[in-house]
Design a protein around this ligand. Structure first.
Ligand code: ZN
Length: 201
């Protein structure tokens, strides 16, 4: 389990990334860390990209309904204006932010802020998702959380999409995706491809 680092001498900021597939508990882990920071009397703010409007517009909502209020913003640069006096900056659904997010996170860390970003590391095609790979490269601490594969019970790293729609940003989760391990994810894709070739929908 992640424990907050202690600093000697001059306090500086840092970047933490929590990543994984869908249903892996990323947001729950983000909320856990933010609640601990609140207990330590630190000023905490949470942001999410405006594109994510699945649930209540003002909340980071995780699947167990353990939620904290969050502010939707249009671009990652907005963060620079909104974190005056804040010591811990939470970012949810980081994969949907623009490519400036890693640079912005570093600027915030240099200003002494602790930045905690949670996001999908891969899209449903198994490709690195948006700014996530760059964010992982510049982070001090990385936690990869895992779901459980719904087919075989092994640890799941992939988000398998159950529909054939081609758009990467398809919101809404439960009916559209399931967590799968690498093997079951690829088996599913092969079967889908065969079904397509045989004209089965
Ligand atoms: Zn599996």
């Amino acid at each position: 389990m992640f424990l907050e680092p202690h600093f000697k001498g001059q306090r500086s900021g840092w970047i933490e990334v929590i990543c994984g597939s869908m249903f892996s508990g990323k947001t729950e882990e983000l909320i856990r860390r933010l609640k601990r920071a609140k207990i330590a009397n630190q000023k905490v703010e949470i942001f999410k990209p405006r594109v994510d409007t699945r649930y209540d517009d003002r909340k980071v909502v995780s699947h167990d309904e353990n939620s904290i209020l969050a502010t939707p913003i249009e671009s990652s640069k907005k963060l620079l204006e909104l974190v005056e006096g804040v010591s811990v900056v939470g970012v949810d659904e980081a994969q949907f932010f623009d490519m400036d997010l890693p640079e912005v996170a570093q600027m915030l860390a240099l200003r002494g802020k602790r930045v905690i970003a949670a996001g999908l590391d891969m899209d449903y095609k198994g490709r690195p998702f948006g700014p996530m790979p760059n964010l992982l490269s510049v982070a001090e601490y990385i936690t990869k959380v895992h779901a459980i594969c719904q087919h075989c019970g092994n640890l799941a790293t992939h988000s398998y999409r159950l529909t054939m729609e081609g758009d990467t940003v398809v919101l809404g989760e439960k009916d559209l995706y399931e967590p799968r391990c690498r093997t079951c994810y690829h088996m599913g894709n092969i079967l889908n491809l065969q079904a397509k070739e045989n004209g089965v929908k």
